[in-house]
Design a protein around this ligand. Structure first.
Ligand code: PLP
Length: 484
């Protein structure tokens, strides 16, 4: 597709004053020679309608939840209610400047305070920061808190962080960025942390374990209480990657499971739009003893100052790790998440139940045709293996591309790493029985196509703007620049 510059070019040059800035002219006297424009800048000449069409055509190429089923495992592509957009764009929220005083920002601060309270309730944690801008950023924040906690305690020997082999790649990366050494613990045949293997890794140098529960196989770690006991007896902490929280909202929480630090992905579980790089929000919750380490400022409520209390940004955090983001977080995302939580109320629990039901429904219908490496009942997502189809000539990547031709966003593929040819499916609670049935039928149809005519499947994708690419060539000779 042509860029907007190419499209408008054919109509000849468009000039505006200052296109050419000769030396000796007013502006030319101030600018160094090298910065002076030598010719017209060549802006496209298009009407407003043509510009609209151009950008609409571009956006049509994007796949989104409003266009079709988006079962991208681990990413929780649920429906984001549009009323949230309306609320986030209210003038008082959208036009508030972050440098305005507490007095001028009471509404926004109250919202942030209330959101902190809701997230405390939902996670069981004692304090929350809303600053981190994403899940991985939350992980980094959490690990910085854990590091400083041990520094203040004088236990600087605690340099190791244990991470299960099924973990999201951001977990070891975040711990490593904080200077920890990563120790991997194996999963057992049930897809859960192998307790005996874990015991053999625990020693006086272990600072923490990072886990998500349910884990990235979509399986609930049934020994989580034993694990937290083992870690705490060793003086270590437990970090909860809350990206999979859509499975357990209202049914259990990380505090009940024995975790000390948790991050949530508001842009996954709490229905704020994501994909394409943000913005997101990854609030971090901590237990009482870690409260003094949170990033500053924290949003506090001072009772008795005025009617209803006064909300302030407090920089009075004793061992604060400091700021982790400019200003106070992605405020627009916080508004959307708060609206979603208020709208759902106790139905958050129902959302998790439906998410789990939907995942189990698809799993039961697809197992047998696709390999199911772990037979455990799943939570909000599950992982198949495309090993059988791979042997018939089409790898998981080929299945993903065939799905694109049939108007589905592909599931997450090749993750978690411990499953060969992994296909990770997360339907979320947003979808109807009919949508799930259509998807199941499509997956079964693709398996049949692979059995009968794998060559044909390998031609996909054919309906997308970019057709099948030569991956070997792309890897060997990447063309990274846009040329006119
Ligand atoms: C998405 C995800 C993350 C990272 O969250 P971002 O907001 O993308 O940084 C971490 N862990 C798990 C399990 C995830 O699914």
């Amino acid at each position: 597709m042509e860029t907007i510059f190419e499209r408008g070019k054919s109509r000849g040059k468009y000039f505006q004053p200052g296109d050419e800035i000769p030396k000796g002219s007013k502006l030319g006297d101030y600018l160094p020679e090298t910065l002076l424009r030598k010719g017209a800048i060549g802006l496209p000449q298009l009407s407003e309608l043509e510009v609209m069409r151009h950008y609409k055509a571009l956006s049509d190429r994007n796949f989104c939840i409003e266009k079709g089923f988006y079962p991208l495992g681990s990413c929780t592509m649920k429906y984001n209610p549009k009323v949230n957009e309306l609320l986030a764009s209210l003038e008082g929220f959208a036009n508030l400047h972050p440098m305005q005083s507490d007095e001028d920002s009471q509404g926004a601060l109250e919202l942030m305070y209330n959101l902190q309270e809701k997230l405390k309730y939902i996670t069981g944690m004692d304090a929350i920061t809303l600053q981190p801008a994403a899940g991985a950023h939350g992980e980094l924040t959490g690990m910085m808190i854990i590091k400083k906690y041990f520094e203040i305690k004088g236990e600087t020997n605690r340099k190791k962080v244990i991470v299960p082999d099924s973990a999201h790649g951001t977990n070891p990366a975040s711990a490593k960025m904080c200077g920890f050494d990563i120790v991997e613990v194996k999963s057992n045949s049930k897809g859960q942390v192998d307790i005996e293997a874990l015991k053999s890794l625990i020693d006086a140098d272990v600072a923490a374990i990072m886990m998500t529960n349910p884990n990235t196989l979509g399986i609930f770690e049934e020994n989580v209480l034993e694990i937290s006991d083992l870690m705490h007896k060793n003086g270590s902490l437990l970090y909860y990657d809350g990206a999979n929280f859509n499975a357990v909202m209202g049914w259990t929480n990380p505090a009940l499971m024995g975790f000390d630090v948790v991050h949530l992905n508001l842009h996954k579980t709490f229905a704020t739009p994501h994909g394409g790089g943000g913005p997101g929000a990854g609030p971090v919750g901590v237990v009482e003893k870690l409260k003094d380490f949170l990033p500053s400022p924290v949003i506090e409520k001072q009772e008795g100052k005025c009617e209803g209390g006064k909300y302030i940004r407090s920089y009075n955090v004793k061992h604060s790790i400091g700021k982790v983001r400019s200003f106070y977080g992605n405020f627009g995302v916080l508004v959307r998440a708060y609206a979603y939580i208020l709208m759902m109320g106790n139905d958050l629990k129902l959302a998790s139940a439906d998410a789990v039901l939907n995942a189990n429904y698809i799993k039961e219908k697809l197992k047998g045709v696709y390999e199911l490496p772990y037979e455990e009942p799943c939570m909000h997502e599950f992982v198949l293996s495309g090993e059988k189809q791979h042997q018939q000539g089409v790898s998981t990547l080929g299945i993903a591309k065939r799905l694109m031709d049939l108007n589905y966003h592909p599931p997450t593929v090749y993750f978690p790493l411990i499953v060969h040819e992994a296909i990770m499916i997360e339907p979320t609670e947003s979808e109807s029985r009919e949508v799930l049935d259509d998807f199941i039928e499509t997956m079964l149809k693709i398996a049949k196509e692979i059995e009968e005519n794998p060559e044909e499947v390998l031609k996909s994708p054919q309906t997308t703007p970019i057709k099948k690419v030569d991956e070997t060539l792309a890897a060997r000779h990447p063309d990274l620049t846009y040329k006119n």
